[in-house]
Design a binder for this molecule. Sequence first.
Ligand code: FES
Ligand code: FES
Length: 161
Amino acid sequence: MADIRAINVSVNGRAYTREVETRLTLVDFLRHELNLTGTHVGCEHGVCGACTVLVDGASARACLMLAVQCDGREVATVESLAEDGRLNPLQQAFQDHHGLQCGFCTPGILMTLTEFLRDHPDANEVEVREALTGHICRCTGYQGIVDAALAAAKRVRGSRS
Ligand code: FES
Ligand code: FES
């Protein structure tokens, strides 16, 4: 018999109470229970990074976490990034610098970079590339992604000064 638990979780600032199977992964919870399909599922083994979200502000592989582990916590997905229906500076930089092609890797990379640039607004190219080592992109060759991250960091620094 399935083991069911009740959880209370905040996702993108909205509170949810759900009864879930204890074996349900966070990524399946987001996609199938909450219909937040921006978070992608690739390898399901913690390798590709496509499922990356923020849990209490720290990046996490949603394929390796269980929904019950998020009880009482705050989750942010790629759907949280746009501001008033407009791309945020990081998303806009991806569009401007050809940081995506098929877009499969993009939501996870955006979430990792959201955390990274928040904590390292002065990052250089080497540091950005290190931050991206947990993500696999089969399309871009990464240069456009790095260019976008550096452009977004510059824009955020400018808006703070
Ligand atoms: S689907 Fe989670 S790391 Fe690949
Ligand atoms: S844009 Fe296609 S996998 Fe990265």
